[in-house]
Design a protein around this ligand. Structure first.
Ligand code: FES
Length: 104
C-alpha cells in the first residue's frame, strides 16, 4: 500500500483549539489544532457517525457533539473503554499547508 502526503488545508484556516472537516476522495477527516500541535482523525465518530470535527477539544481529547464519546487526539483511543476506535493519521505543516499521510 502506497502512502502519500496529501494537502488538506491551510494552517491559517484553523485556530488553536479548533478543527475542520475535510473530504479527501471518499474519506472524511477531522483536522485539529490543539496546543500548537496538529492531529488528523477519522471524521465520523465510531459510535454512530457523528461529526467529530464539530466536537469540543480540551486536554488533548475531542468530545463527540452527538453523545459525548471522547477520543485521544494523538491515538484515537476512546477514553472510557481504552480501545483505539478511531483511526488517526500522520500530519505535518509545510510552509503553511497542512498535509496528511494517506493511503493511495
Ligand atoms: S455518534 Fe459520537 S458519541 Fe455517538
Amino acid at each position: 500500500m502506497n502512502h502519500q502526503w496529501t494537502p488538506v488545508a491551510q494552517a491559517s484556516e484553523i485556530a488553536d483549539g479548533e478543527a475542520i472537516e475535510v473530504v479527501v476522495g471518499e474519506q472524511i477527516l477531522a483536522i485539529f489544532r490543539s496546543d500548537g500541535q496538529w492531529f488528523a482523525m477519522d471524521g465520523m465518530c465510531a459510535h454512530q457517525g457523528g461529526p467529530i470535527a464539530q466536537g469540543k477539544v480540551a486536554d488533548g481529547c475531542v468530545t463527540c457533539p452527538w453523545h459525548g464519546w471522547q477520543y485521544d487526539l494523538a491515538t484515537g483511543i476512546q477514553t472510557i473503554n481504552r480501545q483505539p476506535l478511531m483511526q488517526t493519521f500522520p500530519i505535518r505543516e509545510v510552509d503553511g499547508t497542512i498535509e496528511v499521510e494517506l493511503e493511495k
